[in-house]
Design a protein around this ligand. Sequence first.
Ligand SMILES: [Zn+2]
Length: 364
Amino acid sequence: MKFAKTVLAAMAALSLPVLFSGCVSKQQESPRFHRVFCWGTPGNEEVARKYAQIGVTDIRVGSKKTYELAVKYGMTPYCGVFTPAGPYTQVMTEEEKKYHDYISGQDLPKKLSRAERTRITDKRCIEKGFLFGGETEKGVMNVMAHKIACFNSDENYSLSKKKLDRILDSAVPGVKGIYFDGISYMNQRGCFCAKCLADCKKFLAEKKLPDTQENRDLFYREALVKYYNAMIDYVKSKRPDFKVMAHLWPVFRPDPLFGNRTKTDYCGQTVAWYFPWPLDKVSRYTDFVLKHAKDHYANAEGIPFVGLNAAKGQALSHKTPEQLEKELQTVLAAGGRTLMVCNGHDMIKPGYFEVFRKYCTKEK
Ligand SMILES: [Zn+2]
């Protein structure tokens, strides 16, 4: 009897921790990202395998070879990237244009080598505090170094539709969607060409709004949203099965998280820029992106975007694996379970690879 009791006690002692540890491990299982959109491309077998190992699920492909690698490693392939078209470059103030010309090295001799040009323009970007299209403090100028066409002056968006035709017609058969990028304003607030100014005036008159900066911001936001949605409608008219993925960039400063107003299926909104933001901002932005994703369109998903540059000594800020890890933890704590990252190729570099592997669902 005593023996039986001892055996029973021993069995209980053995099974309880087993049951208990089962509960604990379930409770303590840390949340992970189950869908990861990458701005890289699976250029070869090793790169494709590494992307799959860190949980990348959605990626851009530009050839049959990269398409096949994406499929082989279980990633959803997209074509693109679509950027705005228009009859001319956006018009800015004289001061903004000067800034653009300076940081993009318009005055530098054409015969300068690429490396030398980059060395000089990098120095100028640092000197001016250029943030590469990320959010700046109010009133701080941050004009893009690259040119963006005035999409609003594109009559019936005919040039943009032709550009989309070219991308869709040359897409590798089998891709599931398209990447959008760079749809915004060079000066992060608006274009001041005759067409945009006239349209803005008309907008204010129709809505009976006084001509204030806040109301002009409303026009420029509406012009952006209208363009996004017209381009998405056009893609779907030609390819109803396609999904549209976008990163909203450069930032539209008057309303950085306006993306939920667009019909973008997977709308990447910046919650952590390349230049590290305070973690409470990362958390606040993630919360907004997720909570308000479906305010306007039921199909829209808000995807937290994280900027990453592993290279040191460039004008674009270097991010350490430690900072990246803190940001991913913050996004997860704020409820994010999907993620979008650029630069894609930096995700698989030593140190960063391990961080993504820790927080993203691994290859099955
Ligand atoms: Zn314009």
